[in-house]
Design a protein around this ligand. Structure first.
Ligand SMILES: [Zn+2]
Length: 307
């Protein structure tokens, strides 16, 4: 049975990579890994290279760009919050949004997976959501960006978010768009396929079904994120053309030691493909087929999630 829409199947296998098998529900269109990898297997895919030193993932100029984009995102969220409201960023990474919210006088918190090297940033709690024991009806805005696809049980997390949000309050969710052009054109080379870290792949129909069955009403959606889509398109093209396995990405994170010829060839390829990739990402987004699905959903004003 489909865990999202309860369809009885069948579930055709879409593709596999490194021995992980991705199936797709014909009912709601969700893609899911089955079986899910074991805890120890998954843990080996979340080392410090994934998070980056001091929670910075990339080299400095790229970090500066990401920081400017975070400011734009915060400017969009801010109107949803009033005086005395609380804000929570689940999977907050380096905590940029939490810091921006606090600078605006909002009581803001972030949650992140426990860090192997023990970083401490104000307002950030290194626990899983259920272990935070937040009170009922506590937050006005909860952000869940690029998290849902990593969770073993997304519905459980949405139920907990529903509990801690005030009635009529807001949840912002962002996931790689499995229904977008980037995903369908790139197939196994899609940068955001990211198996086995991404256990789930959502498109609008499956995300909407999941939200509705857990007490949320979809208010608005967009399929463009400059931060993710330009690079996602470029890296997917390079993966496909050069059989690269995200080499450029590792280089930008500073995780890969530069090695002469390969480095120069990849940077040249990126320079050549950069603008066409941006054009492609913008074109996809203009057609509602962008690489990142971001939705704003409102908690339905009932005590219990609609089942
Ligand atoms: Zn389904």
């Amino acid at each position: 049975m489909c865990p999202i829409c309860s369809s009885a199947g069948p579930f055709p296998q879409r593709l596999s990579a490194e021995g992980f098998r991705l199936f797709e529900c014909a009912g709601c269109g969700v893609g899911f890994l089955f079986p899910q990898p074991s805890e120890s297997k998954l843990a080996s895919y979340y080392d410090e290279t994934y998070y980056g030193e001091e929670r910075k993932k990339f080299l400095s100029p790229i970090e500066a760009g990401i920081s400017a984009l975070s400011k734009r995102k915060w400017n969009k969220l801010q109107p949803l919050l009033g005086q005395g409201d609380r804000f929570l960023d689940i999977g907050c990474g380096r905590g940029t949004l939490v810091q921006l919210a606090r600078a605006s006088g909002i009581e803001a918190y972030g949650i992140e997976r426990s860090s192997p090297v023990g970083h401490t940033v104000p307002g950030i709690i290194y626990k899983d959501l259920p272990d935070c024991h937040f009170p009922d009806n506590h937050f006005q805005v909860v952000v869940l960006w690029h998290v849902l696809e990593h969770l073993r049980n997304p519905a459980e997390t949405l139920q907990e978010i529903h509990r801690i949000l005030k009635p009529g309050a807001w949840l912002s969710v962002a996931v790689p768009n499995y229904g977008g052009s980037q995903a369908s054109a790139s197939g196994p080379h899609w940068f955001h396929l990211d198996l086995p870290r991404h256990l789930w792949h959502f498109r609008l129909s499956s995300l909407q079904a999941l939200l509705a069955s857990n007490g949320f009403r979809l208010a608005r959606q967009t399929t463009f994120s400059l931060e993710y889509d330009w690079y996602g398109t470029l890296q997917s093209w390079m993966n496909r053309a050069l059989h690269d396995d995200n080499y450029l990405y590792a280089l930008l994170k500073g995780a890969e030691t530069p090695s002469g010829v390969k480095q120069i060839s990849r940077i040249s390829a990126a320079a050549l493909m950069g603008l066409p990739a941006l054009g492609s990402a913008l074109w996809d987004a203009a057609n509602g087929q962008g690489g990142t699905l971001t939705v704003t959903a409102q908690k339905v004003a009932s005590e219990k999630p609609v089942r």
